[in-house]
Every structure is written in structure tokens, then in C-alpha cells.
Design a protein. Structure first.
Length: 280
């Protein structure tokens, strides 16, 4: 029996390893194409093969990008990202706490509505939100992006945090009540500190989505000074042609912050996911 189990475990390990290598290739190849294209001149890219190594590392694309409006795009993206994440995490934590720890009649219906909102397509709401932004005077302002970003990421955030907070032992809450803590103090002093891995997971997950979001930025902003980084690509395409190496340079630059953030926080992300998935 032990030999059969060990053979099965080895076979599973081999299959998982093969799948991991295939997934690595699938994700790594586009990245290498983007990097190689960003280090080529436009003529060299058009005349050579797609995955040919650059004849020389041409940094002119990056220099020209930094001489443009990239700093303004970066500033807008960072402002929108930080404000949206702060509001999103605060609302998610405040909503998940009563749904996960209290028992009341409307608990399941409210939670069901929140979960159902996860299935609402973003593109269905583009026109109503566009009209709302015009009527409220928020059109072509970076602040118009914060509301949709928070609203569409809130259901999945509450769903994850409810699962995470439900796994916190109730004995800790009962001990805090014995010490004289009310529900507000229990939330801030007990539940919230223990939910940090889940909050970090949500910050990374939602941060990547907000940083790369394109649809609302395209619909709700018009002027260059109010656009975020995903729309920086528009600067490098004309009516009939586009500067592909320059676009690849912009993509490389825009991807680096999220890549660095994920590299720094990947251990907390994995711990948060595992902690939310295992019963306490």
C-alpha cells in the first residue's frame, strides 16, 4: 500500500511539475517578447523575427517615454490606486465583520446580494456611470474612477474577508468581552489585527486589477492630465501606424511596480490565501 501511495504521489508531483513548467512558458514568452521589442528600434522590429534578440540594447524607447507624460500618468495611477484601496479595504472590513460574526435575520439575504453582485458585468454599467459622471460634474476627473473601482471590487473583497473572519476563533472575541471590550473595540483591537493577512491579500489582488483597469479610465477621462497609466499607450499610436517598440517600453514600465509589489508581498499573499482557506 505504501509503495502504491508513494507512486501515486510521485506521479501527481510529476504532473504538477509539468503543468507548472507549461504555465511558466505561457506566461514567460509574452514577457520576453515585450522586453525584446522594447529594446529594439522600430525598423529592426519590423524587419527581424518576433523573438529575435536585439542586435544592441537600444534604450532610446525608454528615454523618450520618460521625456513624455509618463510621470503624470504614474501620478494619477498612484493617487487612484491608494485612495481606492484605502476606501475599499475599510468598507470591506466594516461589512465583513457583522456578516461573519453576528447572527441576525437579514444576514444571509444581504450576503447573498453581495455575492450576486460579483456576477454583474462591468461593461453593462459603463453608459449609466458615464451619464452619472456628466450630471455630477465628475467627468474627466481622476476622482470619477474611485467610485466604480471601489464598487466593483467590493463584493469579492467582502466575500473573501467574510470567509477569513469566520475562521477566527470565537474564544478570542469572548475573552475580549469578558475584559470589558464592546463590539467596536473588539473589531479594532482583535478582529482587524488578526485579519491583516487577508487584508494584504486583498490589497495585492485588487491593487493589480485597479492598476491595470482600462475601460472606466477610457470612458470617464478625456484629457491627458487626468488619464492613468493604461491609457499612456494612446500617445504612441497614430491614425494609421503605431510605434510598437515604444508601446512595449510603456508596458514594461507600467508592469514593473506591480511586479516589484508582488515579489515583495508574495509570501504574505500566499499566507493570507492559506489562512483564509483553512478552518481555525
Amino acid at each position: 500500500m505504501r509503495k502504491q501511495v508513494s507512486k501515486k504521489s510521485r506521479l501527481i508531483s510529476v504532473i504538477v511539475g509539468i503543468l507548472a513548467v507549461i504555465w511558466l512558458i505561457i506566461t514567460f514568452v509574452p514577457f520576453m517578447f515585450m522586453l525584446f521589442a522594447a529594446l529594439k528600434e522600430q525598423f529592426e522590429l519590423m524587419m527581424g523575427g518576433v523573438f529575435d534578440l536585439p542586435k544592441k540594447f537600444y534604450l532610446g524607447n525608454f528615454i523618450e517615454v520618460f521625456q513624455g507624460n509618463i510621470y503624470n500618468y504614474f501620478k494619477n495611477s498612484i493617487i487612484v490606486l491608494v485612495v481606492s484601496l484605502v476606501i475599499l479595504l475599510a468598507l470591506s472590513a466594516c461589512a465583513a465583520y457583522p456578516l461573519s460574526r453576528f447572527k441576525f435575520k437579514l444576514n444571509k439575504p444581504i450576503y447573498g446580494i453581495i455575492v450576486a453582485c460579483m456576477s454583474v458585468p462591468i461593461h453593462v454599467t459603463l453608459l449609466p456611470i458615464f451619464m452619472m459622471a456628466i450630471k455630477t460634474g465628475m467627468y474627466d476627473k481622476i476622482w470619477a474612477l474611485i467610485g466604480p473601482y471601489v464598487a466593483f471590487n467590493l463584493p469579492i473583497s467582502v466575500f473573501i474577508l467574510v470567509t477569513f473572519m469566520s475562521n477566527i476563533p470565537k474564544e478570542l472575541e469572548e475573552a475580549a468581552e469578558i475584559d470589558g471590550c464592546n463590539k467596536y473595540r473588539i473589531f479594532y483591537n482583535v478582529i482587524l489585527p488578526l485579519s491583516k493577512p487577508g487584508l494584504v491579500t486583498l490589497a495585492i489582488y485588487n491593487g493589480v486589477a485597479i492598476w491595470n483597469e482600462f475601460s472606466f479610465t477610457l470612458v470617464l477621462t478625456q484629457s491627458t492630465k487626468n488619464r492613468t497609466l493604461p491609457l499612456a499607450l494612446w500617445e504612441y499610436q497614430g491614425q494609421y501606424t503605431m510605434n510598437v517598440p515604444m508601446i512595449m517600453a510603456v508596458l514594461t514600465i507600467s508592469m514593473l511596480p506591480m511586479l516589484v509589489a508582488f515579489a515583495i508581498g508574495q509570501d504574505k499573499l500566499i499566507k493570507g490565501m492559506m489562512a483564509g482557506a483553512v478552518k481555525g
